[in-house]
Design a binder for this molecule. Structure first.
Ligand code: M6R
Length: 368
């Protein structure tokens, strides 16, 4: 049942190329247009949307943070991302032109369910991104985009997360198509880039031994920091969450630009810092990330950098380098999170923990 793997989690990590491919299947029509069969909201309803609020918990919340970058960039619709457990207590401003997007792998998370009930009472439309057919959250939503990850059994979300990202990109591109904020050619080009991702994930997985060795050398580590920028920032948060839940190690993710505003005080000799390096581009993200890496290294941190192939400028500052396939910055989370999942899974295994059922956690959290 685990396909020869020791844990469901590891099996599910290795299923990701397939899960991503399945979640893209049938979405890109021959005429180049995107189609979302279960969308159920009319084009007019979508055109009327002037604000999106994404609500979710845990890993699904991090998928929402990535979605914000993509939706705002491609559609120019403002997006807020909110923890489901906080949402209704702040008296959120909602009306019929607000689309609430609930992201939930299980479709049963109580915090998320209560949040969408609140949104619907305020007349907002609710769209669910969910992996579980017929579960409560999609049943109580106006529309749904199902992810096709297949059952996720490990408590730690892996393929659930990647397929949520795919659904978020599809939603963003579909909205851009309907609202006319992006041309068809551009949408098709991004779809082609997405369609190349399963093979790119497979290439990351083919080098898992290298990550495993690195992970095993971290047994005994008490604290790990994760840094990212832009869409790499939620990846840093997700890498830290994986390490907390599986290895019970103190781990924190930061936006690299925030370092100097406080967190850099944590850096001491030998502290491992995992850095998600953005692809080189026209913006200054890459350079700024490198300067953040230099700063922590100058203070004794051991830097483990995830950077795209061919990026030689990172070499002098990386104590350890993990190569990522070349993808645009908005899609980079799909490949960058994979080594972080492998790292947490292997380190927890080496520490003797139950990776599939970490202490104190349940797969779906059905109490508020
Ligand atoms: O089923 P959901 O996506 O609603 O679950 C949300 C979180 O409980 C979940 O992502 C949790 O954080 C995972 N254990 C993360 O690995």
């Amino acid at each position: 049942e685990k396909d020869g793997h020791d844990w469901f989690m590891r099996k599910e990590i290795f299923e990701q190329p397939r899960a991503v491919a399945d979640s893209l299947l049938g979405r890109h029509a021959r005429n180049g247009l995107l189609q979302l069969d279960e969308m159920r909201l009319s084009d007019q309803e979508l055109r009327d949307i002037d604000k999106i609020i994404i609500i979710a918990c845990g890993t699904s919340f991090y998928a929402g943070l990535v979605a914000k970058y993509a939706i705002e960039h491609w559609t120019r619709v403002p997006v807020e991302v909110e923890l489901a457990s906080e949402f209704r207590y702040r008296d959120p401003i909602l009306d019929y032109s607000t689309l609430v997007v609930a992201i939930s792998q299980s479709g049963e998370t109580a915090d998320t369910l209560q949040a969408i009930r609140h949104a619907r009472l305020q007349r907002s439309k609710v769209l669910a991104i969910c992996n579980t057919n017929g579960s409560t959250i999609p049943r109580e939503s106006d529309a749904v985009i199902y992810t096709h990850a297949g059952p996720e059994i490990g408590v730690a979300s892996t393929k659930g997360f990647l397929t949520q990202l795919v659904a978020c990109y599809l939603l963003a591109l579909y909205l851009a198509q309907v609202k006319g904020t992006r041309y068809g050619d551009e949408i098709s080009e991004i779809m082609h880039q997405l369609e190349a991702v399963p093979d790119q994930i497979a290439s990351v997985l083919s080098r898992s031994d290298e990550v495993y060795e690195l992970a095993r050398s971290h047994v005994g580590t008490r604290s790990v920091l994760f840094l990212g920028r832009h869409a790499g920032y939620p990846v840093a948060l997700e890498g830290a969450l994986k390490l907390k839940e599986l290895a019970y190690i103190h781990a924190e993710g930061f936006a690299a630009g925030e370092l100097k505003h406080g967190p850099i005080a944590l850096v001491e000799e030998g502290l491992p810092v995992l850095c998600v390096v953005p692809p080189r581009g026209r913006d200054q993200l890459h350079e700024k990330m490198i300067s953040g890496i230099q700063e922590v290294r100058a203070r004794g941190a051991r830097t483990i950098c995830l950077a795209e192939e061919g990026d030689t400028s990172i070499e002098p500052y990386a104590d350890h380098l993990i190569r990522l396939p070349k993808v645009p910055v908005l899609l980079q989370p799909l490949v960058a999170v994979v080594p972080l999942q492998l790292f947490a899974c292997e380190l927890a295994t080496a520490m003797g923990h139950d990776v599939d059922q970490p202490r104190n956690l349940a797969k779906s959290v059905t109490v508020e």
